[in-house]
Design a protein around this ligand. Sequence first.
Ligand code: UT7
Length: 325
Amino acid sequence: MCSVKYSRIKGTGSYLPEKVLSNTDLEKMIDTTDQWIRDRTGIERRHIVGEDETTCDLAEMASRRAIEAAGINIEDIDLVIIATTTPDRIFPSTACLLQERLGIQKGAAFDVQAVCTGFVYALDIADKFIRTKSARTALVVGADALSRILDWSDRTTCVLFGDGAGAVVLSGSDESGVLSTHLHADGRYKDLLTVPAGISQGYEQVQSQNAFIHMDGREVFKKAVNTLGQLVDETLEANQMEKGDIDWLIPHQANIRIITATAKKLKMPMDRVVVTVQEHGNTSAASIPLALDVAVRDGRVKRGETLLLEAFGGGFTWGSALVKY
Ligand code: UT7
């Protein structure tokens, strides 16, 4: 039996809803242009959930693909974590709903809410569960249906986001896996990127115009670029690595200009950066595992390579993970 020194990604999966909304479609809905959206964000299209489709539906599809890729039995899973900001219900957690759909009845299941940084938070938690032997095999999912919390008349936000899910199966190994994780939060920035309504404020709030994403894009942009630059330094320093030791940068996909700035800081050519923002938009907690799965399945990311995952989002929250794939 192998010793458990690391948690290791055994398989990845992802899922996107069928409906695609292009920039040209958006031109017909609001005062915007394909050119503006491409120039300012890099986004060309995004996927949007169907009328009856929920976050758990997306999470289930992504999870089944990750489980298949990992080659494990569903019964082996003894931890389910979903990072999401758009849960199906107030309670139970979407992780419990997913657990039931997959027929898992053992171990813990819970949601993590750290908006766009959610997957990195969930990965950090699952890694600790596995290394402390509190779990053996974890299903870690990032899934969001942000289209449900967009004001479709607000051109400053509705063009930016999309829906989707990504998942990884993580299990204990004596081979290198997750090398380090670095999580941060600073709630002083709560109002710059927010849905300022919640159930403890009463149902009226949730039904009001407040229950949509509000963002000061310019301020978020500036803070994201600076913070991600520092995060990259922190991650490399903790692992006594040089910039050149990273094989792939797999960033949160919010804006191509933010991604390019981080790649520049790492002195990484863009062909070593996984970019999906043009196809998916910003899918919040789903964006990193979605991008990872795309790059694993198209053969770019290979076993033994060193991956830097990083994200920044509402809270503010931010975090990174250095992973030997
Ligand atoms: O995942 C969580 C993290 N989120 C982010 O990282 C998002 C960070 N922010 C951004 O990505 C960018 O700030 C945006 C893409 C949101 C906006 O880009 P920007 O270059 O910062 O544009 P801006 O907000 O400074 O707006 C420039 C102009 C404004 O017009 P005026 O005031 O210059 O006349 C906006 O009204 O662009 C206008 N504008 C638009 N025009 C056409 C804003 N949205 C649109 C639009 N179509 N959809």
